[in-house]
Design a protein around this ligand. Structure first.
Ligand code: HEM
Ligand code: HEM
Length: 286
């Protein structure tokens, strides 16, 4: 099997068809199939990094105590990832762009009646994508202003008074329950598509490549320059969150600031030095 030729990684969705995928005059094969680059690399890295950091945030949030320092770090990584996704959703590659898959009542109905054709998120899946991204943003946003009434406070907690801080923390706990439901639905939907409808969803989220019916309408690809610019902006946003994370490390009683020097690579140590110098004058509250 020859590997498919990528016309463009970030922007293009079309791959050169595999010879075996398009048989000449198929007498008994009614459906011709072609291979496309469904999910670009940045989107895949985003997805699996999000899975790892959300899992970490949930586990450390539930454990509490000294794990809250790691909870804050995972939370800030999620902030960076979400900023990246918003940028990528506006100017990213074809199947990543929000306007390409924003659902409308008509498209949802078409999908439910089995008449929707296209690649990327289907209209119902798109609803859950927006739900997940929106809820994660609220979750991370409320966390920034929250505190655990023991030794951990979010980096923006000092901006609100105690009453509001406690209220926002309450919302943070409530939203976490909503998030469990949405993540559960996301996983159930994937199991349903894979096990019942025999759709191959998981591999494309890993390799990027999917097989679709020849003639399926493909979204218009974007140029490499634009995709590169978006990637650079997204990385800058994620980097900013990382510097915030390193520079404003939570000074909890249970988790002293200099807790993990061995795990910090040289580049991040430099970032920490810069950020710490900047933070020293502004006396961070965590
Ligand atoms: C913490 C757990 C998870 C979260 C928060 C999450 C979140 C998301 C989000 C936000 C998207 C939309 C991607 C985009 O931005 O366009 C997505 C899509 C997807 N996720 Fe997850 N995910 C989780 C776990 C998983 C797991 C464990 C799998 C596979 C075993 C998975 C498989 C997929 C697939 C296949 C899609 C594409 C769906 C489609 O074809 O429309 N996810 N996920
Ligand atoms: C999307 C990212 C996040 C998720 C999924 C998440 C999830 C959770 C969970 C599951 C809990 C435990 C709730 C409970 O006890 O019932 C929790 C608690 C908490 N989180 Fe987050 N969190 C996120 C982001 C953040 C961020 C960015 C911060 C601040 C930097 C933060 C600060 C807190 C605080 C202060 C608590 C303790 C609340 C309490 O005392 O009950 N979280 N979070």
């Amino acid at each position: 099997m020859t590997s498919p030729e990528l016309v463009s990684d970030f922007g293009a969705t079309r791959l050169a068809p595999e010879p075996h995928a398009l048989p000449a005059a198929p007498a008994r094969t009614p459906v011709q199939r072609t291979r496309v680059l469904l999910w670009d690399l940045p989107l895949r890295v985003f997805h699996w990094s999000l899975v790892a950091s959300v899992t970490a945030a949930i586990v450390t949030g539930e454990l509490g105590g000294s794990w809250m320092a790691w909870h804050g770090r995972a939370g800030l990584a999620i902030v960076g990832l979400l900023v990246f996704r918003v940028v990528w959703g506006v100017v990213g590659s074809a199947t990543s762009r929000f306007t390409q898959f924003a659902p409308t009542p008509a498209s949802v109905l078409r999908y439910l009646r089995g008449r929707w054709r296209g690649v990327g998120h289907n209209p119902l899946g798109a609803l859950s994508v927006f739900g997940l991204l929106g809820l994660l943003a609220l979750q991370a946003g409320t966390g920034l202003f929250g505190n655990d009434d023991i030794a951990f406070a979010g980096p923006l907690n000092h901006l609100v008074d105690d009453t509001l801080g406690s209220r926002v923390t309450g919302w943070h706990r409530l939203l976490a329950d909503g998030l469990f439901v949405l993540i559960g639905l996301h996983l159930l939907a994937i199991v349903f598509h894979v096990a019942v409808k025999r759709h191959r969803l998981i591999r494309p989220m890993i390799t990027g490549v999917a097989e679709v019916e020849a003639g399926t309408p493909l979204p218009r690809p974007v140029g490499r320059g634009r995709a590169g610019l978006a990637l650079a902006l997204g990385l800058a946003a994620a980097g900013l969150a990382a510097i915030l994370w390193l520079g404003r490390e939570p000074a909890t009683a249970a988790q002293p600031v200099a807790a993990e020097p061995a795990a910090v690579p040289a580049a991040t140590t430099a970032a920490r030095t810069v950020a710490t110098t900047a933070a020293a004058s502004s006396a961070p509250s965590w």
